[in-house]
Design a protein. Sequence first.
Length: 128
Amino acid sequence: MAWIVLLASAVFEAVWATALGESEGLTRPVPAIVFAVALAASMLGLGWAVRSIPIGTAYAAWTGVGAALTVGWAMVTGAEAVSPLKVLFLGGIIAAVIGLKLLPHPEPDSAPDAGPGARPGRRATMEE
């Protein structure tokens, strides 16, 4: 379920990125509102997904899929030129995300160099 939410969040990333471009510096109200709503949905989904998916993997997948969708949409709508190499490299991004999904993600026993006061078997948090 976390991967489905993460991919949906990546779609919202592409929506907010596209809306940001259409908003002309957030001066056009409708694209600016679409930007804000999609940004919030994207971040909430990413935040939820990282409860189950390691942050590095989740962030790489989220940005990769979001970027590929943003460029893909721009090519479909004619806002960006299409080229065979661009399509190949976008396919490479998607292949990398699939590879990350297929890798096992065992839980670490403890964070390396967790710092003073860290207890074995527990990861340090930002507050520590």
